[in-house]
Design a protein around this ligand. Sequence first.
Ligand code: PHE
Ligand code: ZN
Ligand code: ZN
Ligand code: ZN
Length: 276
Amino acid sequence: APDIPVAAVKAHLDQLQSIADANGGNRAHGQPGYKASVDYIKGKLDAAGFTTKLQEFDHNGAKGYNIIADWPGGAEDKTVMAGSHLDSVDAGPGINDDGSGSAGILEVALAVSREHLKPAKHLRFAWWGDEEDGMIGSQHYVDSLGADKAKLDSYLNFDMIGSPNPGYFVYEYDTRLTKVFKDWFATKKIPTERETEGDGRSDHAPFKNAGVPVGGLFSGADYIKTDAQAKEWGGTAGKAFDACYHQSCDTSKNIDDTALHNHSNAIANALWQLSS
Ligand code: PHE
Ligand code: ZN
Ligand code: ZN
Ligand code: ZN
């Protein structure tokens, strides 16, 4: 897989920050900053040759949107899917949670287009609405699949991949998917740990509950980095992985560039491998 340019990922984060700034400081479900975020991401995908659609749903009296983006080609009965939630909480702009995953998978999707990737398995990307009210958008999508859920080879979830005091956590639910991520980090000599902070708390949960193999990456939220973790990953022991989690200070300054870059490259490697 190609290197994912972290400057490009950060440029998407700057755009999401500007969108929040122009829309009352957030990108939350039902707020204008959410729809503006959708328009930004969808515009980039359309220009790169993806087949995109907006899936609408209603929650708490407001319309929500998932973006579903298909890369033409590959066996659709073996679809490899990657997703991140595009909504923030009401309290802030949501740049690490989950602008980071949203921008990371966007730049990986754009790399698929730049490289004219011709995968054996079909590739699909998703940006979920209204995760913060309980995975509403992703649950809506899984419910809408019906028998088509058997066509999903795997679903990979990326919720918070640029935490400012980062860890490297791999979801361990499926040995094949876990191995793809762990092997990549091992070649980079970056230690990883099993993800335990978020069990059932992000958009992989609806897929897992429906029997779809799931995997993913996470750089930590409000758990505290231990001394042992600071030794292996650097950063500050005794401090949260993301001290701005769900707060107004989750801005474009609330990102560790190295973690964002490593995770983005790990995503690209996983999608290249799993779809080949
Ligand atoms: N889903 C949580 C949120 O959006 C964040 C989270 C992701 C927590 C993954 C743990 C693991 O707030
Ligand atoms: Zn959140
Ligand atoms: Zn999140
Ligand atoms: Zn070209």
